[in-house]
Write a protein of this length. Structure first.
Ligand code: SF4
Length: 344
């Protein structure tokens, strides 16, 4: 009987800025999902340092943060043997394709991007062109690998729509070259910060860094917002209105969640007890991540080698795409070098 051929796996691209320490919001909202996806998809995970330079930065700190981010991602479960993990600037084709795609991207469309408007409003002294064309580089990041699925949060939906529009315009102008990438929405519940108000964010101070020690983690969990209607210990609560219970869904077993639900809705447990149970689950995950991270930090050369290998694998794909793109554009064809005005 002939061996059954398995269908080729779809390609995923996702990027993360080297913006410092990973926190619980990054881990639960994105990285855990990446770890799960790497078994079923051909994954390209990229540390997007060229995106990071659109915000104020220090070059020495950027180099350090790139390595630290790689270390954190691997410690969280990204497996370089299954996924291609690399740094954006190590694959020059990203920026080259971004320039080509910019030629079919409307100025008006870029001006409508909510993220651009938000960032421009927050940093009126640094409204640079890189910030404006950021979504074009994002489109290039995806299309250079012909990725068909992109894990995105709600805040990235508009950029992905623009990438799809860029594909339509490009294909209409230069012939079928790219496929429109689709969003891959995660089924994880919405995670609010420990204040129970806004999205988890380092700048708002409402999250927990994956590097914090147990005491710091507990100090933050202990004061985390709960169901606002549960004022006294004797009040019954509603777990579905409590962000602590949302965190239990990530870190606690089904049995524990059932215990919390029952205890909360009958005032059988207090919020501190509930949070101590949550701490057990959080600690189990963080202990594993911290141990793996310590192992990796002891071998910095290994991180560099993983990133170099990832860049080699990414570049092999990206270079092929650019051969096609240059051909479509009519640039850098072998014949062009022989034009009279290109002779010295
Ligand atoms: Fe939230 Fe737990 Fe308190 Fe209920 S017992 S309000 S789920 S912290």
């Amino acid at each position: 009987m002939p061996a059954q051929e398995s269908a080729p796996r779809e390609t995923i691209f996702s990027g993360i800025q080297p913006s410092g320490e990973l926190h619980l919001g990054n881990y639960l909202g994105a990285i855990r999902n990446w770890v799960a996806l790497q078994s079923s998809y051909r994954c390209f995970f990229c540390i997007v340092d060229y995106h990071a330079i659109t915000q104020p930065f220090e070059p020495d700190a950027l180099i350090r943060r790139v390595r630290e981010m790689a270390c954190d991602l691997i410690a969280c479960g990204i497996d370089p043997a299954k996924s291609t993990l690399f740094v954006q600037s190590a694959v020059r084709e990203h920026t080259e394709l971004a320039w080509a795609l910019a030629s079919v991207t409307g100025y008006g469309e870029l001006g409508r991007m909510t993220q651009f408007k938000d960032k421009a409003e927050k940093n009126p002294d640094n409204i640079n062109a890189g910030l404006f064309t950021y979504p074009v580089l994002q489109a290039a990041d995806i299309l250079i690998y012909h990725a068909t699925k992109v894990p995105v949060g709600e805040d990235q939906r508009q950029h992905l729509e623009l990438a799809r529009e860029i594909v339509r315009k490009w294909n209409a102008r230069f012939g079928e070259t790219f496929r429109e990438p689709e969003a891959l929405y995660s089924s994880t519940p919405k995670i609010l910060g420990l204040d129970g108000q806004a999205k988890m964010s380092k700048s708002l101070g409402n999250t927990i860094s994956l590097r914090e020690d147990d005491e710091a983690v507990w100090n933050k969990l202990r004061t985390a917002a709960t169901d606002p209607a549960r004022v006294r210990r004797t009040d019954v609560g509603d777990p579905d209105k409590c962000n602590v219970f949302t965190l239990h869904k990530f870190f606690s077993t089904d049995e524990r969640q059932a215990e919390v639900r029952k205890g909360c809705t009958t005032a059988g447990i207090g919020c501190i007890e509930c949070k101590k149970w949550l701490l057990e689950g959080v600690k189990a995950d963080l202990d594993r991540i911290r141990a793996r991270r310590a192992e990796l930090l002891a071998k910095p050369d290994a991180i560099d080698e993983i990133l170099a290998d990832g860049a080699r694998r990414a570049r092999a794909v990206a270079a092929q795409t650019m051969v096609l793109v240059r051909d479509r554009l009519g640039v850098d064809r072998p014949g062009n070098a022989r034009l009279p005005d290109s002779q010295p």
